[in-house]
Write a protein that binds this ligand. Structure first.
Ligand code: XUL
Ligand code: CO
Length: 437
C-alpha cells in the first residue's frame, strides 16, 4: 500500500525533558493515572473534516494547502485514498479514534440514492482499515448545513420537504455509523436557528427540532444502534441565533421534551467561549446534569469573535477540562475529538502531525495535573471547607429540605448578621500555578 506520510515516523513518548517536537513529552498511552491508562482517559480522535478536507481556504482567499495524496477531484478513488491517509496518520500518531460527517468522507451524488451509494463505497474501505488497524469510530454525523437546500435549516426549516430530506440523510448516517461500530452519533445544529424573528415562528421550529430528535431516537432503537446520541451546543455562526445555544439551553430543551434520557452533550471549547462562557463552565454544566458525553477539544482566538477552531495548546485550559472529566469518572464512550484545523498559513504536511502532537500533549499534561490536584486534595479540600456550613446544623436542614422560611427567620433573630467570608480567588490561583509547570 502507498505510504502517505513517508517522511514522518511513528510518534513516541520521550518524557518531559525531550526537546523533540515530533515526540510526546506527556502522552504516554499505556501509563496509568489514577488507575486507568492515559489512552483510556483521553480517547483522542481526529476530526476528518478539518484534517482531511480542510484546505486553508477562508472567506478572503483560496486554498493554501496541497496534499500529495489528494487530486482535488470528487472521485470515489480520491475519497478512498484520503481515508487511507487518515488511517496511516492515526497509526503514526497513536490516536485510536476518528470522527466524520457523511459528506466529508464521500462525495455527494445527484440524488440521495447516489450519495448513499458513494458513502457505502468509502465506508467499505474504512471498515476494512478499521479491522486491519484496530482504529475505531468515535462518532459519525450528517452534514445538514453545507448544501444550499439547508440554507434555512434542516429539521427547523420552514419547508417540510427539507425536514424530510434531513431525516433521510440522518437515517443513512446512523446506519453507516452503526456499520462502522461508531461509539456515538453527533447532532450539531448546523443551520438550526434563525437570522431574523420577522420571518420566523420560533415555537414551531423548536417543536419540529424536538420531533426530529425523537424520530432519531426511534430509528436508533429500531436498528438497535448501541452508540450514545450527542447534541453539540453552539450559540451563533452560521445563524445569528443557534437554537442549541449552550449546555444549559440544550439541557433544558432536552428535559422539556422528555429527551434527556436519550441524549448527552458534546461540548466544544470554542462554542462555549462564543456563548460567553469558559470551556470548563460548559463542561461542568453538562457534567452536573449527568449529561457530559464527549468533548470537541479545540480553542478559539479570544481576540476574534468567531469559531477559529484552533488546536488547544493551553495547559491551564486543558487542566480545567480534565478536572471536570476526572471528577465525573471519565468520558467513555465519549472522547476528546480534535475539532481543530491548522492555521491557513501552516501549510506543510508535517504541520498536521505537529498540531495533533501539541494538542494531545497539552491534554495529557492537563490530565496529569488534574490528577495531581485531585490526589493532593488541597484545592478540593478548600472548596469543601467553603461549603461546610451546609454539612450540619441549619445548612444541613436547608439541603435536606427540612426547614422553611419561618425557622430561618428565627435562626437569624437568634444568630444575627452573617460574617463575610473571603472567596480567596488569588489564593486558589497561586495554588493552581504551583501545579502548572
Ligand atoms: C461546527 C462544528 C462541527 C461539529 C460536527 O462548529 O463544531 O464540526 O463538531 O458537525
Ligand atoms: Co465541533
Amino acid at each position: 500500500m502507498a505510504e502517505y506520510f513517508p517522511g514522518l515516523k511513528k510518534v513516541e513518548y520521550e518524557g518531559p525533558e525531550s526537546k523533540n517536537v515530533f515526540a510526546f513529552r506527556y502522552y504516554n498511552p499505556e501509563e496509568e493515572i489514577m488507575g486507568k491508562k492515559m489512552k483510556d482517559h483521553l480517547r483522542f480522535s481526529v476530526a476528518y473534516w478539518h484534517t482531511f478536507r480542510g484546505s486553508g481556504a477562508d472567506p478572503f482567499g483560496a486554498a493554501t494547502m496541497d496534499r500529495p495524496w489528494d487530486d482535488g477531484s470528487d472521485s470515489i478513488e480520491n475519497a478512498q485514498n484520503r481515508m487511507r491517509a487518515n488511517f496511516e496518520m492515526l497509526e503514526k500518531l497513536n490516536i485510536d479514534y476518528y470522527c466524520f460527517h457523511d459528506r466529508d468522507i464521500a462525495p455527494q451524488g445527484a440524488s440521495l440514492e447516489e450519495s448513499n451509494e458513494n458513502l457505502d463505497k468509502v465506508v467499505a474501505v474504512a471498515k476494512e482499515l478499521q479491522a486491519q488497524t484496530g482504529k475505531k469510530l468515535l462518532w459519525g454525523t450528517a452534514n445538514l448545513f453545507s448544501n444550499p437546500r439547508f440554507m434555512n435549516g434542516a429539521s427547523t426549516n420552514p419547508d417540510a420537504h427539507v425536514f424530510a430530506y434531513a431525516a433521510a440523510q440522518v437515517k443513512k448516517a446512523l446506519e453507516v455509523t452503526q456499520e462502522l461500530g461508531g461509539e456515538n452519533y453527533v447532532f450539531w445544529g448546523g443551520r438550526e436557528g434563525y437570522m431574523t424573528l420577522l420571518n420566523t415562528d420560533m415555537k414551531r421550529e423548536l417543536a419540529h427540532l424536538a420531533r426530529f430528535l425523537q424520530m432519531a431516537v426511534d430509528y436508533k432503537k429500531k436498528i438497535a444502534f448501541g452508540g450514545t446520541l450527542l447534541i453539540e451546543p453552539k450559540p451563533k455562526e452560521p445563524t445569528t441565533h443557534q437554537y442549541d445555544f449552550d449546555a444549559a439551553t440544550v439541557i433544558s430543551f432536552l428535559k422539556s421534551n422528555n429527551l434527556d434520557t436519550e441524549f448527552k452533550l458534546n461540548i466544544e471549547a470554542n462554542h462555549a467561549t462564543l456563548a460567553g462562557h469558559s470551556f470548563e463552565h460548559d463542561l461542568q454544566t453538562a457534567s452536573d446534569a449527568g449529561l457530559l458525553g464527549s468533548i470537541d477539544a479545540n480553542t478559539g482566538n479570544l481576540l476574534l469573535g468567531w469559531d477559529t477552531d484552533q488546536f488547544n495548546m493551553d495547559i491551564r485550559s486543558a487542566t480545567a477540562a480534565m478536572l471536570v472529566v476526572l471528577n465525573q469518572g471519565g468520558l467513555a464512550p465519549g472522547g476528546l475529538n480534535f475539532d481543530a484545523k491548522l492555521r491557513r498559513e501552516s501549510t506543510d504536511v508535517e504541520d498536521m502531525f505537529l498540531a495533533h502532537i501539541g494538542g494531545m500533549d497539552a491534554f495529557a499534561q492537563g490530565l496529569r495535573t488534574a490528577a495531581q490536584i485531585i490526589e493532593d486534595g488541597v484545592i478540593p479540600g478548600m472548596v469543601k471547607e467553603r461549603y461546610s456550613s451546609y454539612d450540619s446544623g441549619i445548612g444541613a436542614k436547608i439541603e435536606s429540605g427540612t426547614t422553611e422560611f419561618t425557622e430561618l427567620e428565627t435562626y437569624i433573630k437568634e444568630n444575627g448578621e452573617p460574617q463575610g467570608k473571603s472567596g480567596k480567588q488569588e489564593k486558589y490561583e497561586i495554588i493552581l500555578n504551583q501545579y502548572l509547570h
